[in-house]
Ligand binder design. Structure first.
Ligand code: ADP
Length: 186
C-alpha cells in the first residue's frame, strides 16, 4: 500500500512527477490544484468560492480544500493507495490530514519533498503560461510557500515521514531518483 504526499515549491515538478509515479504504482494522483481548476472551469460552487484566491496566488480557505480531500479519499479508487499533490499546504491542513487518516485507518503515509532553488522554479513557471503564472502572482505564491508550506518539511521530518529528492535535474533524472528513494525507503 503506497500513500504519498508530494511537497515542494510551485514549479518544482510535483505535478509531473506525481502523475508519473501514480501511473507507475497504479494509484490515483490527487492534485488539489487540478481539482480546483476543474471546479473553476465548470463554475461549480467550490470553483466560484476558490477563484479569487487561486487567481491572486493565495491559499483557498482550509475548509474548502479539507472537505474536497476528505471526500476524494473516501472514493473507491483511493482505498488501495494515493498520491496527494498540493495538500497539505500548511500546518493546520497537515494536522487535519493526520487526524483524517487516523480516523479512516489510512496511515503509513510518506512525504516526498521535491526541492529546487527559487531561480529554477520561477523560470519554469514563467515558461508554463498558466493563468496564475504571471511574474507577480508567481512571486506571491513563492512567498506563501515559504511562510505557510515550507514549515511542513520540519513537521514531517520530526514525524520521520520525510524523504527528499533533488528537483533540480532533468525530468527523467528526477523520476529515476524518486523511484530509487521510494524503493529504498523501508
Ligand atoms: P503550484 O504547485 O504550481 O503552486 P497548484 O496547482 O498546486 O500549483 O495550486 C494552484 C493554486 O490552488 C494555489 O496557488 C492555491 O490558490 C490553490 N490551492 C491548491 N491546493 C491548495 C491547498 N491545499 N490549500 C489552499 N489552496 C490550495
Amino acid at each position: 500500500m503506497t500513500r504519498l504526499i508530494f511537497l515542494g515549491p510551485p514549479g518544482a515538478g510535483k505535478g509531473t512527477q506525481a502523475q508519473i509515479m501514480a501511473e507507475h504504482l497504479s494509484i490515483p494522483h490527487i492534485s488539489t490544484g487540478d481539482i480546483l481548476r476543474q471546479a473553476m472551469k465548470e463554475q461549480t460552487p467550490l470553483g466560484i468560492k476558490a477563484q479569487s484566491y487561486v487567481d491572486s496566488g493565495d491559499l483557498v480557505p482550509d475548509q474548502l480544500v479539507q472537505d474536497l480531500v476528505a471526500e476524494r479519499l473516501e472514493q473507491a479508487d483511493a482505498q488501495s493507495g494515493w498520491i496527494l499533490d498540493g495538500f497539505p499546504r500548511k500546518v493546520t491542513q497537515a494536522a487535519f490530514l493526520e487526524e483524517l487518516l487516523q480516523t479512516t485507518g489510512q496511515g503509513g503515509e510518506k512525504v516526498v519533498n521535491l526541492d529546487a532553488p527559487d531561480a529554477v522554479v520561477v523560470a519554469r513557471l514563467l515558461s508554463r503560461g498558466r493563468k496564475d503564472d504571471s511574474e507577480e502572482v508567481i512571486r506571491h505564491r513563492l512567498e506563501v510557500y515559504r511562510h505557510e508550506t515550507a514549515p511542513l518539511i520540519d513537521y514531517y521530518r520530526d514525524r520521520h515521514k520525510l524523504l527528499t529528492v533533488n528537483g533540480d535535474q532533468s525530468q527523467a533524472e528526477v523520476t529515476h531518483a524518486l523511484k530509487a528513494t521510494l524503493e529504498n525507503r523501508e
